[in-house]
Write a protein that binds this ligand. Structure first.
Ligand SMILES: Nc1ncnc2c1ncn2[C@@H]1O[C@H](COP(=O)(O)OP(=O)(O)OP(=O)(O)O)[C@@H](O)[C@H]1O
Ligand SMILES: [Mg+2]
Length: 507
């Protein structure tokens, strides 16, 4: 039985707690002061403490502070009738599990106690991640053990040893900039400047002057001569991020620098020569931009000398554990502040499909560390969308392009179902509570659809729904139509349209 220790100097409160937790499977113990509570804790070893804030002697905040010294993991809920924002902030900073106002809403109090006890149980099962990484991994900051990341590391090494132009491709948040920096740091240019410029973030008319500089009077507002990035970066490394968004005129100029290191400032005639190593990155398929004539083919080949492709995180799930370990240490700072993570929480992170890749993982962890109330991150600390994978949509988690292949049971030949069943209407239920439930599913669906190039969401979903409805009703079209909220005639049209009958008769 789990033990709950109530610290409150009011007899009334103690009495109502006894009534509230009377029939439950919780063993209630009470103390009338902070001092008494602190004396009891070592022998009683409660699973949860609820403490009043305003008490004679030690107040609740001070009691909490001392409990933390005794036991950093014991969840403590603070209660008060006189809530101020400051006390609430202070309580959470001190590591309270939660902070509640009196008088209590009994069902909510029970829920809170239950969730705190569950958190305590999960925390006990938590193992701090073993340090699996060598110090040098942390210094480099590019984490990964998976086969595709090993390839990336090899390329980083090769590129660091050379002066070749490199093109880094991959989805957003996969670490393209990080890799560019790591190539630079390990190269012979490491002591020279490194500059990053995001071609998509700078307005078209300013990009050229940003890169190549301008002469005084070159355009309105050019009140003085200004050197551009290429000049500033002489002997160094220039990272051209989102190069796919570079306007054609600028592409031409870049090509020339790549070919012979020369350019002119905007509005100038003097030809300048620089020694700059270029690393470019893009999350757009440049080959397609080339075939659409939006990106110069000659520039593409010039950049593509060495290509580093960053694999999406969902294709190297084995790295998630390492990255979690790395980020928790990074977020926690040196030593004591580092949170651990439960196996179940880790499993959720490993199952998610991470459309925003490593950046998204880092953000999720940063948020979780802020909202988590104990020393370990629990499932409840993760954003809801990670926790509610819809079984029906599981293919999301699979590699992009895998076609969901449901096997539906056979439909009776000729569909021998009595026609007398009243047809279902096609009206759509717009119950707002239902729509609210569906929203997360829809969002997940769209994330998935984005990964499947050229997919038409509505027909794809419709087809799946029809198949599932038929499965659900053992192939009974009338019932399936009813379930879907469409008429049987409409269902039949869909069955024909999507070729479902054919598929069913095969199985
Ligand atoms: N393998 C990794 N190990 C450690 N941290 C990583 C790794 N990959 C990415 N990160 C971190 O994730 C974040 C995003 O990485 P980065 O900015 O390099 O991605 P990107 O591919 O350039 O994304 P975008 O296309 O959106 O610009 C950064 O904070 C980076 O440090
Ligand atoms: Mg980037």
């Amino acid at each position: 039985m789990e033990k709950l220790l109530l610290i409150d100097d009011e007899v009334d409160v103690q009495y109502s707690f006894r009534r509230i937790f009377d029939a439950s499977d919780i063993e209630l113990h009470t103390a009338s002061s902070g001092e008494e509570g602190l004396r009891l804790i070592p022998t009683l070893q409660p699973d949860l403490v609820l403490s009043d804030i305003r008490m004679a002697g030690l107040n609740g905040l001070e009691t909490l502070r001392r409990i933390r010294q005794l036991d950093p993991q014991l969840p403590v809920i603070l209660m008060t009738a006189y809530g101020t924002t400051q006390t609430a902030i202070e309580a959470m900073k001190l590591g309270a599990y939660d902070y509640v106002l009196k008088p209590f809403d009994v069902p909510r109090l029970k829920l809170l106690v239950a969730s705190a006890l569950k958190a305590a149980r999960d925390t006990r099962q938590t193992v701090a991640l073993r340090p699996q990484l060598e110090q040098q991994d942390y210094d480099l900051g590019v984490i990964g053990r998976s086969a595709p990341m090993q390839e990336v590391f090899k390329l980083i090494g090769q590129l660091a040893a050379s002066d070749a132009t490199a093109l880094i491709t991959g989805e957003s948040g996969t670490g393209k900039e990080l890799v560019a920096r790591s190539i630079f740091q390990n190269s012979r240019r490491a002591k020279e400047p490194f500059m990053a410029i995001n071609c998509a973030a700078i307005p078209e008319n300013l990009l050229e002057s940003e890169l190549f500089g301008h002469e005084k009077g070159a355009f309105t507002g050019a009140t003085a001569q200004r050197p551009g990035r290429f000049e500033q970066c002489h002997r160094g490394t220039l990272f051209l991020d989102e190069i796919g968004d570079m306007p054609p005129a600028t592409q031409t100029k870049i090509l020339r620098v790549l070919q012979n290191g020369t350019f002119e400032r905007v509005g100038g005639n003097t030809t300048l020569k620089v020694d700059v190593r270029i690393i470019a990155a893009t999350n757009k398929p440049l080959e397609e931009a080339v075939s659409r004539k939006e990106f110069r083919e000659d520039l593409f080949y010039r950049l593509n000398v060495v290509r580093v492709h960053m694999p999406p995180l969902r294709e190297r799930r084995g790295d998630i554990r390492l990255l979690v370990d790395f980020f928790l240490r990074k977020i926690g700072g040196a030593g004591a502040g580092t949170k651990s993570i439960g196996e179940k929480t880790l499993a959720v992170l490993e199952a998610y499909h991470w459309p925003g890749n490593v950046r998204e993982l880092e953000n999720v962890l940063r948020r979780a560390v802020v909202v988590s109330k104990g020393p370990a991150l629990l499932e409840g600390d993760l954003p809801g969308e990670l926790l509610q994978p819809t079984p029906a949509l599981r293919p999301i988690a699979g590699p992009a392009g895998t076609a969901p292949a449901p096997i539906a049971p056979s439909v009776p030949p000729g569909d021998a179902v009595a026609e007398s069943t009243p047809p279902a209407t096609e009206a759509v239920s717009t119950d707002p509570t239902l729509t609210g439930d569906i929203r997360p599913l829809v969002l997940q669906l769209f994330r998935w659809a984005r990964l499947q190039r050229g997919l038409k969401v509505l027909p794809a979903v419709e087809r799946e729904l029809v198949i599932e409805a038929l499965k659900e009703t053992q192939g009974n079209q009338v019932q399936a139509a009813k379930l879907l909220g469409i008429t049987r005639a409409t269902l039949r049209k869909r069955v024909d349209k999507f070729g479902i009958r054919r598929e069913l008769s095969v199985s």
